[in-house]
Design a protein around this ligand. Structure first.
Ligand code: ATP
Length: 362
C-alpha cells in the first residue's frame, strides 16, 4: 500500500479501554497518520466459559475512533489466539506449570500477529496503551518502565524480541494514570470514565479454574502437610499455584493462620500445604533458573553480572546476580530469597528502569 502523506503510518491496537484511546490521540498529536484495530481473540463460543465483553469493547473502540476521526477495523484473530495462547495456557496448566498468558499475548498477538498484519498492510509500526517507554539508545531502541510506578507494564513486555520493539510504540508511557484520565475527559473521549479491565481478556470475569475445567480432566489426589499427614483431597494439581492462600478448602483450625500451597508433588499427585509462618523451604527461593531468555539487549549477557529482577507483575524490582548457563538461559540468584515462585511464570531482568529481557522460570 502506498503512503500518499509523508507521515509514518501507525496502527493503534484499540481495546475499547481508555489507555489505548489516549494512545491513539497522543499518536495523532505526535504526527503519525493513525488508524485503529480491535483484535477479536475470543468469543464465548462452543459453550466454553468466557465472558470477555467484546461487543461492548468494539462499540467503545468504534466510538473512540469516530471521535478522533480515524479509521477503525475489527480483525478476527481467533484461530491464532487459540493456537498460540489458549493452547499454551491449557498445556502449561496440564503440566503443573503456572503460565503467563499476558506476557505471551504481547509477544504472540499484539506484536506478533497484529504487527505482521500491520506491516503487510502498509503500516510502519503498532502502538498499544501500555505504560512503558521505548527510548533510543546507542545500539537501537530500548524498553523502559513507564513513568507511572503504580501502572508500569514493562514486565508484560519483557519477552518481546528486539525486531518487535523496533516497530512498537507506547504513546502513553510518559503519563501517570490520573493525568491520563483527566486528559481523556478534557479531549472528550467517549470512554473517559470506563473502568479498567481486569485479568486475562478472554476469560474475563470467569475464574481460571472454571475455564480450565473445560479442557483438563479432574485428577484427584491428597492434600498433605509438611509432615505428610493427609488433610483432605484436591481435584487436580493444575488448579493450584505455589503460595496460593484462597480456595484450598482446608480449614486451619487456628486463628490468624491460614494454609498456603507450599509445593506440588507431580510424582505422587500430592498438594503440600503449610502455615505461612512455618516458612516452608519449598516456598522460598534463593535463585531461579531461566531457560531460553528473550533478550532486548543487542547481545545476550554472557558474563556474570549484577542486575535487578522482577518475578511478578506487582512485585518491585529486586537486586540479584545473573549467571549465564551457556545454553541461552541463566541463573538469577536473589540477594534476598523470594516467596512463592511458580514454575512457568516469567522473570523480567532490568538494569535500573531498562528492561534487559525475560525468561520463564523452571
Ligand atoms: N482486544 C484488543 N484489541 C486491540 N488491542 C488490544 C486488545 N486488548 C488489549 N489491547 C491493547 O493492549 C494494551 C494493553 O492491554 P490491557 O488488556 O493490559 O489493557 P489496559 O491496560 O486496561 O488498556 P486499555 O485501557 O487500553 O484497555 C491496550 O492498551 C491495547 O492497546
Amino acid at each position: 500500500m502506498s503512503n500518499p502523506s509523508s507521515k509514518p503510518r501507525l496502527l493503534v491496537a484499540l481495546s475499547g479501554g481508555v489507555d489505548s484511546a489516549v494512545a491513539a490521540w497522543k499518536a495523532i498529536e505526535d504526527g503519525y497518520e493513525v488508524e485503529a484495530a480491535y483484535m477479536k481473540n475470543w468469543i464465548n463460543e462452543e459453550e466454553v466459559f468466557g465472558n470477555c465483553p467484546w461487543m461492548q469493547d468494539i462499540e467503545d473502540g468504534r466510538a473512540v475512533a469516530d471521535h478522533l476521526g480515524i479509521p477503525f477495523r475489527v480483525l478476527n484473530f481467533m484461530e491464532a489466539y487459540r493456537e498460540r495462547i489458549v493452547a499454551y495456557l491449557v498445556d502449561g496448566y496440564a503440566k503443573g506449570l503456572t503460565p503467563n498468558p499476558d506476557v505471551m499475548c504481547n509477544r504472540e498477538m499484539k506484536f506478533g500477529v497484529l504487527l505482521d498484519w500491520a506491516l503487510d498492510n502498509g503500516f510502519d509500526a503498532v502502538a498499544t496503551g501500555h505504560y512503558c517507554r521505548r527510548k533510543m539508545g546507542p545500539d537501537g531502541p530500548q524498553l523502559h518502565e513507564g513513568v507511572d510506578e503504580n501502572k508500569d507494564q514493562s514486565y508484560f513486555l519483557c519477552m518481546i524480541r528486539p525486531d518487535q520493539l523496533e516497530q512498537a510504540r507506547f504513546p502513553v508511557g510518559e503519563f501517570k494514570k490520573p493525568e491520563l484520565r483527566e486528559l481523556a475527559k478534557k479531549i472528550g473521549l467517549p470512554n473517559a470514565e470506563k473502568k479498567d479491565s481486569q485479568g486475562i481478556c478472554f476469560i474475563g470475569e470467569v475464574k481460571i479454574n472454571d475455564f480450565l475445567e473445560k479442557f483438563i480432566p479432574e485428577k484427584p489426589g491428597a492434600i498433605v502437610n509438611l509432615e505428610g499427614k493427609v488433610l483432605g483431597e484436591h481435584k487436580g494439581l493444575h488448579r493450584y499455584t505455589i503460595g496460593q492462600r484462597r480456595g484450598i478448602g482446608i480449614p486451619s483450625n487456628t486463628d490468624n493462620e491460614f494454609f498456603v500451597v507450599a509445593s506440588k508433588n507431580t510424582k505422587t499427585n500430592e498438594l503440600v500445604v503449610a502455615f505461612e509462618s512455618e516458612r516452608p523451604d519449598a516456598m522460598w527461593h534463593a535463585s531461579v533458573t531461566l531457560h531460553q531468555i528473550s533478550w532486548l539487549t543487542p547481545q545476550p549477557l554472557t558474563e556474570k553480572c549484577r542486575i535487578e529482577a522482577k518475578v511478578r507483575y506487582r512485585d518491585p524490582r529486586v537486586h540479584a546476580t545473573f549467571e549465564p548457563n551457556g545454553t541461552g538461559g541463566g541463573i538469577v540468584t536473589f540477594d534476598e530469597p523470594q516467596r512463592a515462585l511458580a514454575a512457568g511464570q516469567v522473570c523480567a531482568l532490568y538494569d535500573g528502569e531498562r528492561v534487559l529481557g525475560g525468561g520463564v522460570y523452571l
